[in-house]
Design a protein around this ligand. Sequence first.
Ligand code: SF4
Length: 578
Amino acid sequence: MRNVKPFLCFSKRWTPLRWLNKPRYCSNPSTAAVSSGKNRKALSDSFRSQIASGPSFQDFIRGGSVNLSADEHTEERSYLSEELQMVGNSRKVYFETYGCQMNVNDTEIAWSILMKKGYQRTADLKQVLLTAVIMFYREKAEQTIWNRLQQLTAMKKKRLKSKSPMKIGILGCMAERLKMELLEREKLVDVLAGPDAYRDLPRLLAIADGGQQASNVLLSLEETYADVMPVQHGAQGYSAFVSIMRGCDNMCSYCIVPFTRGRERSRPVRSILEEVQMLSDQGVKEVTLLGQNVNSYRDTSEQQFCGPELTKLSRGFDTVYRTKQGGLRFSDLLDQVSRIDPDMRIRFTSPHPKDFPDEVLQLIAERQNICKQIHLPAQSGSNQVLKAMRRGYTREAYLDLVDNIKRIIPDVSLSSDFISGFCGETEEDHQQTLSLIREVGYNVGFLFAYSMRKKTHAFHRLQDDVAPQVKQRRLEECICVFREEAAKVNAAIVGSTQLVLVEGESKRSSVDLCGRTDGNMKVIFPKEDVAVQSSASITAPICPGDYVLVKILSASSQSLRGRALGHGSLRKNTDALP
Ligand code: SF4
């Protein structure tokens, strides 16, 4: 078990618990009960009196000693009442998640931790009794979140005098950045937990039960939640996300992730394989490996992985940090994960272009259940802008990588991210971005106008000097070119037969189904019974989670339309596809 992170203390209202270690307040969870209002008041009074008296000087000396005996190490001394335990006691917790897939995955980790402590999850805010409303934060959703917090606070005030007061919490990577505003100035939240502090949630909620604000936003060099199995997956139950690494060492000049999610660390391969095996046993058909720089995965948890070999990069690419050494790399992980279930699709996101050595590409080409789809965030097509962004590559190196990928994986689908109007971007730079989009031919893109973030290298060193209307116009031009190129790429697969993993009914029509190709393109096709694999004369309905062979009949820049030919299987049909 890893150490529980210490609290941070920001004001007199905060609980000074820096010296507490987990066993000291968790001696007997089974006896904990904070259920009735009377009970709660007694506990709350007891809690306050214990906090007021605090630990003795000896306790600090003991905590700081490096020469403790084994007995002293295991001593369990409760500073909090035994009754004030970190157990849920069937209280309801409600989650709202904003932001990217990492945040969704983090919600599942946080929920797994709380569930083990006896909390229950509810989808109905009205049912929330005494517990936290927890949200993950992303800057893009900032105003939305502030508005939502105001609504929740109004709801909380109404329930203050009831037997079931509500607590509000914020979890995730923006907790650290906004801690002062959230806790002190606006006084909107009771619990604040950074991305490396979810194990601490039961304790934070116990403190909040005692009527105090509680926060832990410290970043860790090692937390990967390797032993926490997320408990909820894709809404339809056939696809799941598996977190394999956290944090990022790249320090792109526009990005706040290294400051909010911390340094790069990888989850041990063994725990990833266990989770993927468990998902396969549950019938999950598609797993997406997740990480901020997912293909920089490097498991150093076992001695035998840590040889002297230097980390290989894509040709022509560089890093802002010293080359790393040893560790089980992404190609090793991908190899082992893809062997677990040949009928399970493997995807990964989000990679950095620097981490595509040939062995990764060759594995993707060879292994039929690793999707031939690569997200290759370019951000800009201009060398001047790429340098200012500190991306570690040139336009030429990026295009060489694209050629190499297309040579090794001829049927690959490429997607990308672009930022319009970064600091110092000229019209000429913008034109180079447009030409790069044309030259590569992506089928999916995520395009944004630049918005400066505090704490980043760009915030301290660069000028956000492109006017908002210019950024917007350049963004629209990028989107326009992107769509034109995506339409051409998608048109090229009209007439082919694609193996599609069915997601469910189309949102637009109940007579159509929707699914994804290996290249992650959305396909719409009529809902009808089709031939089963073993016999062309026997038909069966198509259900979510089925693989079906779909003949592609038309395409737009964003989706494909087709007709199902029959049930399929990743194992049996891939080789037969044209
Ligand atoms: S690689 Fe991605 S997550 Fe890491 S600093 Fe750059 S943009 Fe941010």
